[in-house]
Design a protein around this ligand. Structure first.
Ligand code: S3P
Length: 450
């Protein structure tokens, strides 16, 4: 099992790109596989999570060819053969690994199929709540059994069913739930609509539009008429802003630094992290250079002394994955940062309120744990510590960033999990740590957009 050993840095001058967006890679694999032809997906995220979804689509009849591979990880460019909405029964249970997105979206897809299927995952995924999708999918007529040891949890046994459209009001702001219902709704006759309590990432809606499946968004209601055939198209996946967030925080918290992240997704339902870091004092500019479907661009950030902030309730769904690393920025800032309305963190790959609080305290951070968040009293010097990732990729990476600002050495154990979202993170970390930081010679390995 691998580990990160991290010491403090004194400068950061870098310009690079991060691997493809996880949310979009899952959706591209699914919609490409449903489409009526061949789709080329460029800058696919070759992470375990997304490769599992790609393999799931293959098991359902939508095979793919790898056009380019990141050695040791998986495909970064591929051609997927759409099945015109006619999937075939999988021969065996489908492995979703560690991925909540993979399992919940695939459950939506499989809810209205004329065959039985089963979805399973690792220990973390088998303890995450699936009632949030089995309830609305059940209301649509799906018959899904949760077979986990923990009630309401995976494995999911999905029986053959014909689904009906619904108007569903989501109790939690979740893009996974919204997407599961919309994917099921593609197989229902009539109009399915989902009302969300707050804006969540809209990649499903945008990608459906790229595949010429029309959806309508009015305020917080998204609706779609079932039975539309997704028309095959090619898709370029932008870099993942949630992966960029680790380096953005490192640069923001280091006065005098300059970092440019290239070709990253700038979808406004994902960029709340930029607003938070600006409020905390970082100087930043974004340049969108392509915006058909999903906006893509460069972010330039300059580090400055940071001050604490309050995360606004409406921001939470749009930076939920970034909260672990925002907590690190908060610990490095002067003053108090309050994070509330974020109870969802307790049902991620780990209970991210507890895992962030425990690790931050182990490094000398001062933090109060709340039921739905945390209050961080910034400005207390961090010291190196022996930490566990608890098998959670974002905890491993967030605390690697903390280690860049701590005295002594920080060791993070159990870091293989970063491959679920950021293949190559360790490589980028090494380059930053060793100050390969002059702009001219600091070109980190990137995943080609060609
Ligand atoms: C995702 C939605 C979010 C996010 C996850 C990816 C998606 O989860 O945390 O990493 O791709 O739809 P929720 O829908 O549970 O908020």
């Amino acid at each position: 099992m691998s580990e990160f050993r991290v010491k403090s840095i004194t400068k950061l001058h870098a310009e690079f790109s991060v691997p493809g967006d996880k949310s979009m890679s899952h959706r591209a694999a699914i919609l490409g596989g449903l489409s009526n032809g061949t789709c080329t997906i460029t800058n696919f995220l070759p992470s375990e999570d997304c490769v599992n979804t790609l393999n799931a689509m293959k098991a359902l009849g939508a095979d793919h060819e790898v056009l380019e591979e990141l050695e040791g990880y998986g495909p970064v460019k591929l051609r997927i053969h759409g099945q015109s909405m006619q999937l075939s029964a999988p021969e065996k249970p489908i492995d979703c690994g560690n991925s909540g997105t993979g399992m919940r979206l695939l459950a939506g897809l499989l809810a209205g199929q004329p065959f039985t299927s089963e979805l399973f995952g690792d220990a973390s995924l088998s303890s995450r709540p699936m009632g949030r999708i089995t309830v609305p999918l059940g209301q649509m007529g799906a018959h899904i059994e949760t077979k986990g040891e923990k009630p309401g949890c995976a494995p999911l046994l999905i029986h053959p069913a014909k689904v009906q459209p619904i108007d569903y009001e989501m109790p939690v702001a979740s893009a996974q739930v919204k997407s599961a219902v919309l994917l099921a709704g593609m197989f229902a006759e009539g109009k399915t609509s989902v009302t969300q309590p707050a804006t969540t990432r809209d990649h499903t809606e945008r990608m459906l539009a790229s595949f010429r499946v029309s959806t309508r968004t009015e305020n917080h209601v998204i609706s779609m008429v079932g039975g539309q055939m997704p028309e095959s198209c090619d898709f370029i996946v932008p870099g993942d802003i949630s992966s960029a967030a680790f380096w953005l925080v490192a640069a923001a918290a280091l006065p005098g630094s300059r970092l440019v992240i290239q070709n990253v997704g700038l979808n406004p339902t994902r960029t709340a992290i930029l607003n938070v870091l600006s409020r905390m004092g970082a100087h930043m500019s974004e340049i969108v250079h392509s915006s058909s479907g999903e906006p893509i661009g460069n972010i330039e950030i300059h580090g400055c002394p940071l001050t604490g902030t309050t995360i606004l309730p409406e921001e939470v769904p749009n930076l939920i994955d970034e909260i672990p690393v925002i907590a690190i920025a908060a610990a490095l800032a002067q003053g108090k940062t309050e994070i509330r309305n974020a109870k969802e963190l307790r049902v991620k790959e780990t209970d991210r309120i507890t895992t962030v609080v425990n690790n931050l305290r182990a490094m000398g951070g001062v933090v109060e744990e709340l039921e739905d968040g945390m209050i961080i009293e910034g400005g207390h010097p961090l010291h190196g510590a022996d930490l566990d990732s608890y098998g959670d990729h974002r905890i491993a990476m967030a605390f690697a960033i903390a280690g860049l600002f701590a005295s002594g050495e920080t060791i993070i154990h159990n870091t293989d999990c970063v491959n679920t979202s950021y293949p190559g993170f360790a490589h980028h970390l090494e380059a930053i740590r060793h100050h390969r930081s002059e702009p001219a010679d600091f070109i980190l390995p990137t995943i080609s957009h060609a």
